[in-house]
Design a protein around this ligand. Structure first.
Ligand code: BGC
Ligand code: CA
Length: 298
């Protein structure tokens, strides 16, 4: 297995990894840098656009557009200008909230959650966030509330379970999931993450149904069996604040990993983790995953 920094020092709070299979392009965001990025591994090109507000997640849509969960709204992004066009608003009475992590389910609904203002990494105004779902008809439903930091989301291979992380619970939780309706029920713990593994942040699932979890503050991505709760593997990175991961590459056998340098002093970055705020790629995993899913706006 090998870890390489593929886009170095390209932002502050890098998040929202998204592998666009049709164009072989890796999209991601810099939440506090207010930017959406795209990187093409085939020729090494890296572009970014400023959207003027904190942007938590970027995804593609079936009609070929770019959709973001940004500040307190779902919005289409015009890549050529950075202009956002609101699709739906959330948390209307909580103007200091912002969207964080999100992902589409197998029916093309876009799930994303919010959080309250953060004074330093993982120190947040408590219980301000919620988990929302944007449906293809553009209606929005709420599926969790009193959330501290809404984070990783993934679905079991049979789509009967939705895995979800509210970071400060230090757990991956499970909901029963109804793929046809998007309803969630029976929230319960699935994997407990011990303090020494860090804060559970973003995650994705592989073709064996195992979860790959970004462990914020502890420089690692861990692979877990969500049925038994067992930890199966650890990959270490040269940056402590690992925020999320997704599968990518032509064969979906590479893991793209985002990191943060937000809240880390210039001195520590310089002396201890000069690659904080970079994108890493892991090869030689011995397992494949799935391309990121599009929003169904057809
Ligand atoms: C958020 C950060 C937060 C971190 C904690 C990330 O998903 O974007 O603001 O500090 O989670 O794990
Ligand atoms: Ca995250």
């Amino acid at each position: 297995m090998s870890v390489t920094a593929v886009v170095k020092n390209c932002g502050s709070l890098l998040e929202g990894p998204y592998w666009d299979l049709p164009s072989q392009t890796f999209y991601f965001v810099d939440i506090t840098g207010n930017t959406v990025h795209r990187y093409k591994p085939a020729n090494g090109s890296h572009e970014q656009v400023n959207v003027g507000e904190n942007v938590g997640t970027v995804i593609k849509t079936k009609s070929g557009k770019i959709l973001v969960a940004s500040k307190c709204r779902f919005a289409y992004l015009d890549w050529s200008t950075g202009a956002l066009t609101t699709v739906a608003k959330v948390d209307k009475d909580l103007p200091n909230n912002r969207f964080n992590d999100g992902k589409c389910d197998a029916k093309g609904r876009f799930w994303a959650g919010t959080m309250g203002p953060e004074s330093s990494p993982a120190v947040v105004l408590p219980k301000q966030g919620s988990l929302f779902c944007l449906h293809p008809d553009k209606s929005v439903t709420k599926h969790a509330q009193d959330v501290d930091i809404s984070n990783g989301i993934a679905w079991s291979l049979d789509n009967k379970i939705m895995y979800y992380i509210d970071t400060l619970t230090r757990m991956i939780e499970a909901f029963d999931f109804n793929l046809e309706t998007g309803e969630t029920s029976n929230r319960r713990p699935a994997v407990k993450i011990p303090d020494e593994e860090g804060f559970p942040d973003g995650m994705c699932i592989d073709t064996e149904g195992m979860l790959w979890l970004a462990c914020f503050s502890k420089a690692r991505v861990n692979r877990y069996n969500p049925i038994t709760g067992e930890k199966l593997k650890t990959i270490m990175f040269p940056a402590t604040n690992i925020t999320s991961c997704c599968f990518g590459g032509p064969n979906l056998d590479e893991l793209y990993v985002t990191s943060s340098r937000e809240g880390i002093s210039d001195e520590i970055v310089k002396n201890e983790q000069p690659l904080a705020g970079s994108i890493f790629k892991v090869t030689g995993l011995g397992v494949t995953g799935f391309a990121s899913r599009e929003f169904n706006d057809l």
